[in-house]
Write a protein that binds this ligand. Structure first.
Ligand SMILES: [Fe+2]
Ligand SMILES: [Fe+2]
Length: 274
């Protein structure tokens, strides 16, 4: 470097100018980056808003659709009521028993609500069973039983192929509510967990209700006698028919089921359903 003070001064000025120029350049770059970040953020926020709006609309549409399906179920149920001897009181009891049992078994509020809405359709397939069999005053002969045992498959075919969670649950229940845990049920002789859970729930409560109700071959049993049969068996109904977890939940919650029966039994003020 030159010893001349004027040269040194001019070199240091040039260095300073470069430093200032670099600094300006760095600031300009930073500004550009900040602007780009802000633009990207604004774009992202707009996108998030669009997604949220679309999601809200989609949810509204899905809710409307589920409500429409629920109405469809109610229409189908009213149509089947003209045909089936099963009363509105039985339907009301089944949906309340099912919900109670689901909650007692710790299956959660969502599943309990689903079974509450879907279980009334369990016997809708009886719409396809001839009156001579369905309304026969005496016991059915083996051929008539064969016809009667078609009602789960008929019900499932009525509820088939809609893509709705509610109707799919109703279809599953209609098809499997006569399957038994030990494989002795119908129509497919499914065993254990191969039987859909909601089918197992409705099977158990339908049996409780059948025991509480009079049939051509038996009187209506008291709640105590019904519990004894459900939990210990009587040769015809056996504990092995039921999902053991659900049977244990039944043992815990049987008094609530008895209360449902009393509330919706024939002749009670709530017997027309709720
Ligand atoms: Fe049935
Ligand atoms: Fe039933």
């Amino acid at each position: 470097m030159s010893d001349n003070p004027a040269d040194r001064e001019s070199a240091s000025q040039a260095q300073m100018q470069r430093f200032v120029a670099d600094l300006k350049e760095a600031r300009a770059r930073e500004k550009q980056q900040a602007a780009a970040t802000q633009a990207a953020y604004a774009q992202l926020s707009a996108y998030a808003r669009d997604v949220k709006t679309a999601w809200r609309k989609e949810r509204q549409r899905a809710e409307q659709l589920e409500r429409a399906y629920l109405n469809t179920l109610q229409v189908l149920l009213r149509a089947s009521a003209y045909k089936d001897e099963e009363t509105g009181a039985h339907i009301a009891r089944i949906r309340h028993y099912s919900k109670t049992l689901c909650l007692a078994a710790g299956l959660g509020e969502d599943l309990a609500t689903l079974v509450y809405d879907a279980s009334p359709m369990h016997d809708v397939g009886k719409i396809g069973v001839p009156d001579v069999v369905l309304k026969k005053p005496g016991s059915l002969d083996p051929d008539e039983w064969k016809i009667m045992r078609r009602h789960p498959a008929i019900g499932a075919s009525l509820l088939n192929g809609t893509g709705s969670a509610l109707l799919e649950a109703a279809r599953e229940i209609a098809l499997t509510h006569h399957e038994r845990w030990d494989g002795s049920g119908y129509p497919n002789g499914l065993v254990g967990e191969a039987i859909p859970l909601l089918g197992r729930v409705v099977n158990l409560v339908d049996q409780y209700d059948a025991l509480r109700s009079p049939r051509v071959y038996k009187p209506a049993f008291t709640h105590e006698r019904t519990c004894e049969i459900m939990l210990k068996g009587d040769g015809r109904s056996m504990p092995a028919h039921f999902d053991p977890n659900l049977l244990a939940a039944f043992g815990d919650t049987h008094l609530q089921l008895a209360a449902v029966y009393e509330r919706f039994c024939e002749g009670a003020p709530d017997a027309l359903g709720d």
